[in-house]
Design a binder for this molecule. Structure first.
Ligand SMILES: Cc1ncc(COP(=O)(O)O)c(C=O)c1O
Length: 431
């Protein structure tokens, strides 16, 4: 149990994500996690709908991940990766290459999703220089995207919803096309095709790479779009010699019903970022994978090396957690679990569609979203959810869940009931 002075210190001195120390929002002290539950300090058990922001896909405290971490802790918690190598990193990278879409053969291990995006952007820019195209130094992307909070990553986040205005001057100016309009499961609308063709025709001479979250745009709006959009993007990148980067940090490792979301389109990128669920939510770790063409051109370029090397690169503890997580994923029928969750989310959330406060309901894989017409008062709705025994953390006008694949049907139903009941209370919404 946290003491009053610890709570005060937290409130007065510790930033939580996107918060102010002048006007801190309520935080809930948590003392333990168990399976799909978060246990608060007062022993209240909440069904977790967030999987700690897409990470804890097997639920918390999985025994295999725990035991592998304990073994690795005894052996070697950390060692520098410059000039040294080790089995956990090698085995993890081998496994990632085996599981990833065709052609992705080489791996850069890094600490977080944002850093893996920075590395992907550097790879693309170094490749353009290597190919004698230094003028191709911009990144093209679509609106409503989210790729992280570091400078390069912010530059490719949605220019309105992101932090472009605030950090103007610091952020490189990138090229933004309209966000995909064709919904998931539909044939590509001609207006999407035209927008892409126009964008490539206008900007191809200055573009090193296109980056996109395949199939699901996450933190930029929880939007799910047509797989054919990715097919068209791949065609245009090939045509114009532009590198295609898929940011699978949120979508990777089964969340959308395919191991990687790009597999809905059967399209492989030149560079792919993964993170979040990579370690099953136990340790921070991410990776950037690329094709041999990308790495060999960088290797033969004037710079000669890929210009990145974090201190905790290839951390053996994180690598062993990731290996265990991939072992769990590939030795269980995760697809069946995700399909089961999807079916449940579809049926349980259907009744929200006709609610006066709801603009749209969307489900794909183990992701369920209620888009509201108005912005949400997070603090007030959060306390309602806690009272109802669930952990759901909305943002902007979106109430969404992406639970662990091990969640039971009755627990999914409880999450959905709380989501729908929350719509009836006026002070959960801002005017
Ligand atoms: C698609 C996508 N890319 C990148 C990131 C950034 O990852 P991290 O928060 O680990 O830096 C996120 C995080 O939400 C994400 O959803």
């Amino acid at each position: 149990m946290l003491s009053e002075s610890q709570k005060r210190f937290d409130r007065d001195h510790i930033w939580h994500p996107y918060t102010s120390l002048e006007n801190p929002l309520k935080v809930y002290p948590v003392k333990a996690t168990e399976g799909v539950h978060i246990v608060l300090d007062d022993d209240k058990k909440l069904i977790d709908g967030m999987a700690s922001w897409w990470c804890a896909i097997h639920g918390y405290n999985h025994p295999l991940i725990k035991s592998r971490l304990q073994e690795q802790l005894e052996q070697m918690p950390h060692v520098m990766f410059g000039g040294l190598t080790h089995k956990p990193a090698i085995e993890l990278c081998q496994r990632l290459v085996e599981l990833s879409p065709d052609g992705l053969e080489n791996v850069f291990l890094c600490d977080s999703g944002s850093i893996s995006v920075e590395v992907a952007l550097k790879m693309a820019l170094q490749l353009a220089m290597a190919n004698g195209n230094p003028g191709r130094n911009k990144i093209m992307t679509v609106r409503k995207g989210y790729h992280g909070d570091t400078v390069g990553a912010m530059s490719v986040c949605d220019p309105d919803g992101g932090m472009h205005q605030l950090f103007k001057g610091l952020l490189p100016e990138q090229i933004f096309l309209r966000e995909p309009q064709t919904p998931f499961g539909c044939d590509l609308e001609s207006s999407d095709k035209e927008e892409l063709e126009k964008g490539f025709a206008q900007h191809q001479h200055e573009v090193a790479a296109v980056i996109i979250e395949p199939i699901v745009q996450g933190a930029g709006g929880m939007r799910m779009y047509s797989a054919e959009y990715l097919v068209e993007l791949r065609r245009l990148c090939n045509l114009h010699g532009i590198v295609l980067i898929f940011d699978e940090i949120a979508t990777g490792f089964g969340r959308t019903g395919e191991l990687f979301a790009s597999q809905h389109a059967q399209v492989a990128p030149d560079i792919m970022c993964v993170g979040k669920a990579l370690t099953g939510g136990t340790m921070t770790l991410a990776a950037t994978l690329c094709t041999a063409q990308v790495s060999s051109a960088i290797g033969k370029s004037e710079a000669g090396v890929l210009m990145h090397g974090p201190t905790f690169m290839g951390n053996p503890l994180a690598c062993s957690a990731a290996l265990a997580s991939l072992e769990i994923l590939t030795s269980t029928n995760w697809k069946e679990s995700v399909n089961r969750i999807e079916a449940r989310l579809v049926s349980e959330l259907e009744s929200a569609r006709s609610h006066k406060r709801v603009a749209d309901v969307r489900v794909l894989g183990a992701i369920g979203v209620i888009e509201c017409k108005k912005a949400i008062n997070v603090e007030s709705i959060q306390s309602f959810f806690v009272q109802e025994g669930v952990w759901i953390r909305p943002f902007r006008n979106l109430i969404y869940v992406m639970p662990a694949y091990s969640i039971q049907d009755s627990q999914v139903a409880q999450l959905c009931k709380a989501m729908i009941d929350s719509l009836d209370i006026d002070n959960h919404f801002l005017n």
